[in-house]
Design a protein around this ligand. Structure first.
Ligand SMILES: Nc1nc2c(c(=O)[nH]1)N[C@H]1C(S)=C(S)[C@@H](COP(=O)(O)OP(=O)(O)OC[C@H]3O[C@@H](n4cnc5c(=O)[nH]c(N)nc54)[C@H](O)[C@@H]3O)O[C@H]1N2
Ligand SMILES: Nc1nc2c(c(=O)[nH]1)N[C@H]1C(S)=C(S)[C@@H](COP(=O)(O)OP(=O)(O)OC[C@H]3O[C@@H](n4cnc5c(=O)[nH]c(N)nc54)[C@H](O)[C@@H]3O)O[C@H]1N2
Ligand SMILES: [Mo]
Length: 792
């Protein structure tokens, strides 16, 4: 796979690692990550650079993070056990995560003997459901060495585990939309939206709530063969598609797309959508025929919008007071939307907030009032601009996967209730019409995720992680999560193992050949679990007699045969070629197109068979935070709320443009965005001036839940009153006077679900205050590994 350094694409933004003279002895290795397919340059066993692949029209600059991260001081080089756990034995320990804690290095055999004994003890004493193996997170790309798939297969083989369901990404979509358009419709909404080509060909106006952030499209789970989303947006714009971006940030949409910016206050999209529908009903522009034939609940909807239900007409004037968007602009937009083929996109950020179900429901209702659901380039979508593969096509035959087996344990949680679960064993909670009970977790096992990056209210999460008897973490790096573990298992990175890459809707399946040797004693997780399975007497069940090389072939062959693979090469042919096209891409159909063509023959999987603009099922759940139809519910973490009197700035904690979540935060591209090594906090010039803050100032960002440091970047791309601190800075609890010395916004966010329906993540919005940090700021220690000693 390794081929000699042929041609250097050295002058793109993503090139790193010096000029071509220096790269004389380096070899280039093609690889794939969630942020794309590219080449790493390797010299003397060290990754010295990364550069775009020859076929990528718009490579992600994130690839420049790879070299520094691959060999960073925070790589985990040996199995390690927390000294306090080793000396005191398993048990609750509120000191987990203490930055001054030290670890003891163990050889693999000793560590695995210890872990096998502990897993057996917990299963025998407390039952298999006492093991929490949800292990949410993005891990690395690669279809076989996928950390969660590996862990889940291992835990399934040894008795099962309590799992988590759903995602942080779009929890409200996953729970709500099946009630509104059926499970298949929801799957198509997420997996088979209209391609960007269809948008370019048919869409006159794309109104996107939550923007179309170019940097978000660099990422797709599993990684794409090439970065095509931003070029596709440009092509659509060039072909006459107009864009309106409803968002607190002007630069949420690529500049050259020429989007019109409507800076509505965050968390008020539902009110804006209601006002748009008010205009449609009021001016006779609503498609009554569509509403009558394809939906239920339209009368109810109309009534609540026109004010029949509560006496409050949801007019543009009403919405102006809530959203800050002038009534005239709302009227103008509604008329424009009714005048041509219009696509309503609700970005995932918009539902990642309290009452996140409502803008989805109102957005679907708005698209229904326009009467274009099921037409090419019109109707409703949720995900353009949120992921690189949304609009990139569909692969109905799927991509290769490693079988995880079945989980005999029945207990589960919606993913974002992890702290609640650990803190409240035995207590009941609501989720999508069910009343469930939190299991009593004694052992937490995480691999390939970083809850101390991703979860809300990290101080609460720390307390929660103090409850179990044992925490096991598989990681490549000493993240904050690894530093909360009692037993740490070092994993190889994607560059250190052979794998195969593809994402949903991808164009090719790609070989990812090992580029460098494993760091220290790091191991492929497959080998770790196989060795544990041997100790637990189930090696054959776990391995089925294969090693990783055997499994790679097996996974490929299963996929190939499942596609009637005569046109596809053998595994060896694929590996030698480096990639194969993924055949059988679905013809582009409009979302719910078959339903539109014949609702009797292709009813939706809803109780009525129609689009449910009112749901008797949801009404029957009787949830005050998610009623039976779209409702304007005002969240607390919102400008103008009661809470905002004390915490006047609405912080947008969105995805970091410099990296994927917390991954490779120490890399060159991520580091270049920081200010004095801290995460950048963007503030509007008025808000900065009111606080006497200049560009580059070190500030304390705080509320009643916690505080973090950050560096100020003044920008008029923000709506006044809105601040932006993206996620991803490694949690650094080492300073005495702030919760995080580095800039992780999740020390500030509220640990509360979207509603009882979805219990989705609400991390996107949080009210804060910002003040200059006086005195010498504390040293940032997130990128210093813990002390590792010998056994005493
Ligand atoms: N406030 C706020 N919080 C949010 C969000 C928000 O909008 N606002 N967004 C949320 C969303 S949508 C998401 S998806 C989550 C993302 O949160 P996570 O998915 O937890 O974040 P990552 O940093 O990708 O974590 C992956 C971890 O896997 C590790 N890793 C990489 N390769 C391997 C491997 O081969 N083996 C093992 N064992 N480990 C590996 C990496 O080092 C990293 O620590 O964050 C959520 N959190
Ligand atoms: N570079 C990079 N790309 C990524 C990721 C990453 O970590 N890094 N993560 C990936 C993952 S896991 C996911 S789930 C997706 C997430 O995709 P999204 O959820 O779409 O992404 P965000 O960046 O969180 O939010 C997009 C924009 O929504 C706007 N916004 C926030 N609140 C509101 C609101 O109430 N109303 C309106 N109208 N707009 C609002 C903000 O200005 C924000 O910049 O991104 C993926 N892409
Ligand atoms: Mo996500």
């Amino acid at each position: 796979m390794a081929h000699a350094d042929d041609h250097v694409h050295g002058d793109g933004p993503a090139a790193a690692g010096g000029g071509s003279a220096e790269q004389g002895a380096a070899t280039a290795h093609r690889t794939s990550s969630h942020w794309g397919t590219y080449e790493v340059l390797v010299r003397d066993g060290t990754v010295t650079g990364a550069r775009p692949g020859p076929d990528d029209p718009d490579p992600a600059p994130l690839i420049a993070n790879v070299p520094a991260a691959q060999h960073h001081a925070t790589r985990i080089g040996t199995p390690a056990v927390r000294r306090r756990w080793l000396e005191n034995g398993p048990g609750p320990d509120l000191l987990r995560g203490d930055p001054d804690d030290d670890y003891v290095a163990l050889d693999w055999d000793t560590a695995l003997d210890l872990l096998a004994r502990e897993l057996r003890r917990v299963r025998e004493t407390h039952g298999d459901g006492a093991v929490f193996g949800g292990s949410y997170g993005w891990a690395g790309a690669g279809r076989f060495h996928h950390a969660q798939s590996q862990l889940h297969r291992f835990l399934n083989t040894t008795g099962g585990y309590t799992r988590s369901v759903g995602t942080y990404s779009h929890g409200a979509v996953e729970s709500l939309l099946p009630h509104l358009i059926g499970p298949d419709g929801t799957r198509d909404l997420l997996r088979r939206p209209a391609t960007w080509d269809t948008v370019a060909a048919h869409t006159d106006l794309l109104v996107t709530f939550g923007g179309l952030r170019g940097s978000n499209t660099w990422v797709a789970s599993g990684g794409r063969a090439a970065q095509t989303a931003v070029p596709a947006m440009r092509a659509a714009a060039a072909n006459g598609t107009a864009f309106v971006s409803v968002s607190p940030l002007r630069d949420d949409t690529p500049e050259d797309v020429g989007a019109e910016w409507l800076p509505a206050a965050p968390g008020t999209d539902t009110a804006l959508m209601f006002a748009l529908m008010h205009v449609l009903f009021d001016e006779g522009l609503a498609d009554r025929e569509f509403l009558g034939r394809y939906t239920v609940g339209a009368d109810h909807l109309r009534d609540s919008i026109m004010g029949g239900a509560d006496g409050v007409a949801k007019s543009p004037e009403w919405a102006e007071g809530i959203t800050g968007v002038p009534a005239a602009a709302i009227r103008g937009l509604a008329r424009r939307m009714a005048a041509g083929r219009t696509l309503v996109n609700v970005g995932w950020s918009v539902q990642r907030a309290r009452y996140g179900e409502q803008p989805l429901w109102a957005g679907l209702a708005l698209a229904s009032c326009l009467g274009q659901v099921g037409l090419p380039g019109g109707g409703f979508a949720s995900g353009y601009g949120s992921s690189g593969n949304y609009g990139g096509g569909a692969t109905p035959g799927g991509i290769p996967r490693f079988a995880q087996g079945a989980d005999p344990v029945r207990s589960f949680i919606p993913v974002a209730l992890v702290s609640d679960m650990l803190l409240h064993p035995g207590e009941a909670f609501d989720f999508d019409g069910s009343r469930l009970v939190f299991p009593d977790i004694r052992l937490v096992w995480w691999a390939g995720g970083n809850p101390f990056h991703h979860h809300q209210d990290l101080s609460r999460l720390r307390t929660a992680f103090g409850r179990p008897e044992t925490v096991v973490v598989g990681e490549t790096h000493w993240t904050a999560t690894a530093r909360h573990a009692d037993i740490v298992l070092p994993s190889t990175t994607t560059l250190e193992r052979d794998d195969i890459a593809a994402s949903q809707g991808d164009l090719t399946l790609r070989a990812m050949a090992r580029a460098v040797a494993p760091h220290g004693q790091a191991r492929d997780e497959y080998d770790t679990y196989a060795a544990l399975a041997r100790r637990l007497g189930v090696e054959q069940e776990f391995t089925e007699g294969r090693d990783s090389a055997g499994w790679l072939r097996h996974v490929y062959d299963e996929w190939r045969d499942g596609r009637g693979g005569d046109d596809l090469p053998s595994f060896d042919g694929f590996w030698a070629a480096g990639s194969v096209p993924i055949p059988g891409r679905a013809a582009d159909t409009a979302l719910l197109g078959a339903f539109r063509a014949d609702p009797a023959a292709a009813p939706l999987g809803t109780p009525s068979g129609l689009i449910e603009l009112r749901s008797e099922t949801i009404a029957g759940f009787d949830y005050p935070d998610c009623p039976g139809g779209p409702t304007w519910l005002a969240g607390e973490e919102r400008l103008g709320s009661e809470r905002s009197r004390e915490w006047p700035l609405l912080l947008i904690a969105n995805q970091p443009s410099g990296k994927l979540h917390s991954q490779q935060d120490m890399g060159d591209y991520s580091a270049a965005q920081k200010i004095g090594g801290r995460a950048p906090l963007r503030l509007h010039p008025d808000d900065a001036a009111a606080r006497g803050l200049a560009d580059g100032a070190v500030v304390r960002v705080y509320n009643d839940r916690g505080s973090c440091l950050a560096g100020v970047r003044v920008s008029d791309a923000l709506r006044p009153g809105v601040a932006q601190l993206s996620t991803g800075a490694w949690f650094d609890p080492s300073a005495p006077d702030v919760t995080c010395a580095h800039g992780n916004p999740n020390v500030l966010t509220a640990d509360i679900g979207t509603s009882a329906l979805s219990q989705g993540c609400t991390g996107q919005h949080v009210l804060v205050e910002v003040a200059a940090y006086s005195g010498e700021p504390p040293r940032m220690r997130a990128f210093e590994p813990p002390r590792i000693g010998e056994r005493s």
